[in-house]
Design a protein around this ligand. Structure first.
Ligand code: ADP
Ligand code: X2W
Length: 259
């Protein structure tokens, strides 16, 4: 185990629809915890939100990878992310023998949150604030499982992109950030894994339309943290058992986003 700093592991929502993926991830997390590696699990749940919105007759609009979240949709979004998604992961953790604490960005003064852009409605932008709550959970050997619902000082419930949520928590604890999605990393125009990317290469691929939508948000979040910490951030896959094994050993997987 070479990673001594807290590992901030973000998983995308598609994981929640894959029993085997969740079981493998939690087995990996249990191994890391047993070896003394502290882990914070941050999760998305975009596909669950899509399903719940459709079931409630609501329309989904995204701008540059972010969900436009009008006030009438926020109860559904909060229910899907801070409720169902969070508890599905806690249940998977329990099955792997992990003691977890389900939480949201809105808990324990962990981050400060404000509306990101009026055009997006109740979408939040968060900054790291106070690590006391998370540090306590980690000190117990427990696994914090954090959803990306934040609360502003005005008392608004805000929907935060989960990659950006993970960014704020990684900065807060000066941790090592790994973003796990349903693809093995950032892929080139031919679907091949790109092992390493720097700022100008990212800008080029975004301009070409090779990196788009959710991956654009992810890579930009990763670059921000890589530059802030002066060390690479990894974008990899929770689907890939080999990548998980390598991660448990503290190795590098997927695409390294360079500072
Ligand atoms: N260059 C790219 N490489 C890999 N995936 C890409 C790329 N450009 C766009 N994507 C899309 O981004 C998705 C990952 O982003 P997102 O759906 O937000 O993931 P998550 O829910 O895991 O955060 C991939 O499944 C893929 O459809
Ligand atoms: C503002 C915004 O876009 N919020 C996201 C939060 C969930 C998320 O990011 O889920 P994934 O990691 O599965 O994509 C959403 O509503 O879909």
């Amino acid at each position: 185990m070479t990673t001594k700093s807290v590992l901030v592991l973000k998983v995308g929502g598609a994981l929640l629809q894959c029993e085997m993926g969740m079981a493998r991830l939690m087995t990996a997390a249990a191994e890391m915890l047993a070896a003394g590696q502290q882990v914070i699990l941050v999760h998305g749940g975009g596909c669950l939100v899509d399903e719940q919105l459709t079931a409630n007759g609501k329309e989904t609009i995204k701008l540059d990878g972010l969900r436009v979240t009008p006030a009438d949709q926020i109860p559904i979004v909060v229910g899907a992310l801070a409720g169902t998604s969070n508890k599905i992961l806690q249940a998977a953790a329990a099955k792997a023998g992990i003691v977890s604490v389900g939480m949201s960005l809105g808990d324990g003064n962990t981050v400060s949150a404000k509306i990101k852009d009026e055009r997006l409605g109740l979408v939040g932008e968060v900054e790291p604030k106070d690590a006391t709550y998370l540090t306590f959970i980690l000190s117990q050997g427990w696994l914090p499982i954090c959803s990306s619902i934040a609360i502003s000082s005005q008392g608004e419930m805000l929907n935060v992109n989960a990659d950006q949520a993970a960014t704020a928590l990684a900065k807060l604890v000066n941790g090592t950030l790994v973003l796990l999605s349903d693809v093995s990393g950032v892929l080139d125009g031919k679907g091949q894994l790109i092992h390493s990317l720097n700022k100008s290469e990212i800008e080029h691929l975004v301009a070409q339309g090779v990196i788009e939508k959710g991956m654009k948000v992810k890579v930009e979040a990763a670059l921000e943290v890589a530059q802030w910490m002066g060390k690479p951030v990894q974008v990899a896959s929770w689907r890939d058992a080999e990548q998980l094994k390598t991660l448990v050993k503290g190795g590098s997987v997927g695409t390294q986003i360079q500072p």
